[in-house]
Design a protein around this ligand. Structure first.
Ligand code: ATP
Ligand code: LTN
Length: 328
């Protein structure tokens, strides 16, 4: 591992099924950045349990997410890929940072407000302190850059605030991380409601295209996708449904916005949706084949190696923190 490279860290939760929003907003950029940076990609199973999970399903989903990371193009020979709970330092630093974070700043987190459905009486404490664990993930690796979708921006700001506060109170300890939010694709919207983001936790499966959906399902979901009034197929912010579908087309084909618009000039929505479905199916085909090719044993072995590498870095940070705050 070269020590000249800056670091990136990111993660996804092993809950639900990954959709093309997760891919276009996050994973695609992880893959693109992995050689330029020293990279750590984590499966954040401790974050997953901030909402109820079936233990057997969680275990399987954790391995399935590793499969998705690799199929998307993350190369475990280049990047460190691991499971969060295999590196106990994540939970250790989270406790320390929870003594640095303030109730007020956590109360302002919009994800907590959404996921607790406005009722803090019944919400788990872990759901409330979720962003502190996320800060721990990031700060442990002295991360420079965190590639995430738009929805994680507020959490990233909290991570920066906690790093700065800790550095101010105890002396230079943490790198203050920067978010990397892609200019296009940071917020892919639901196919059924373009005012909401495409989400794993949406009850309506027609709103999302999952990375492992078969061609028929993809074509059906796109056929049912809502459109706007008007007929032109153009990038127009005031027509969010078509804008969203065109963004997906743009990112899946690698065409420029002008090429995308030219491609559909004078064509109707039906034609556009068929061509979009073909592009998505074509794009996902090699990915789906690759995902099937890894055995559980192979994945477990790669994750074991990843955890070992991650722990070497994380344990240094925890030691430093313990010294700074007077625990050792
Ligand atoms: P949910 O989709 O249920 O809200 P999540 O955001 O908790 O799930 P994660 O698996 O933790 O999902 O997210 C992985 C990454 O995908 C994060 O960087 C997140 O910002 C990004 N992401 C999630 N939804 C979208 C979306 N609709 N468009 C772009 N990026 C997204
Ligand atoms: N909260 C993130 C997942 C996550 C993460 C991280 C992302 C947990 N720890 C550290 C980047 C860096 C989400 O996407 N829901």
């Amino acid at each position: 591992m070269s020590s000249f490279k800056k670091r990136i860290f990111s993660g996804a939760q092993p809950t639900g099924e990954l959709h093309i929003g997760n891919y276009l907003g996050a994973l695609k950029n992880w893959v693109e950045l992995q050689t330029e940076y020293e990279s750590f990609f984590c499966i954040v199973n401790l974050h997953a349990i901030t909402l109820p999970q079936d233990p057997k399903v969680l275990k399987q989903k954790t391995l399935d997410l590793a499969r998705i990371y690799l199929a998307a193009g993350i190369d475990p020979e280049v990047s460190t890929v691991f499971i969060q709970s295999d590196v106990s330092e994540h939970a250790e630093l989270a406790w320390i940072l929870s003594c640095v974070a303030r109730m007020g700043e956590l109360e302002r987190m919009t994800q907590f407000k959404d996921k607790s459905k406005g009722s803090s009486e019944r919400a788990g404490v872990g759901l409330f302190t979720y962003p502190v664990l996320m800060a721990s993930d990031i700060l442990l690796y002295q991360t420079d850059l965190v590639p995430v979708g738009q929805d994680q921006k507020q959490h990233l700001e909290l991570s920066r605030d906690l790093a700065q506060r800790f550095n101010r109170d105890f002396g230079e300890t943490f790198v203050v991380p920067e978010p990397y939010i892609p200019p296009v694709g940071a917020k892919i919207q639901s196919l059924q409601d373009p005012s909401k983001k495409m989400s794993k936790s949406d009850e309506n499966a027609n709103g999302s295209i999952f990375l492992l959906d078969d061609p028929d399902t993809i074509a059906k979901k796109l056929k049912k996708a809502v459109t706007d009034s008007g007929t032109e197929i153009k990038f127009d912010e005031s027509r969010p449904a078509i804008h969203n579908l065109l963004t997906i087309y743009q990112l899946m084909t690698g065409k420029t916005p002008a090429e995308c618009e030219a491609n559909f000039e004078g064509k109707g929505y039906g034609h556009f949706k068929t061509e979009l479905a073909e592009a998505v199916i074509e794009f996902l085909k090699p990915f789906q084949e690759k995902a099937k090719s890894y055995s559980d044993e192979e994945l477990n072995e790669k994750l074991r190696v990843g955890a070992k590498k991650a722990k070497e870095v994380a344990s240094q940070s925890v030691k430093d923190v313990y010294e700074k705050i007077g625990l050792i």
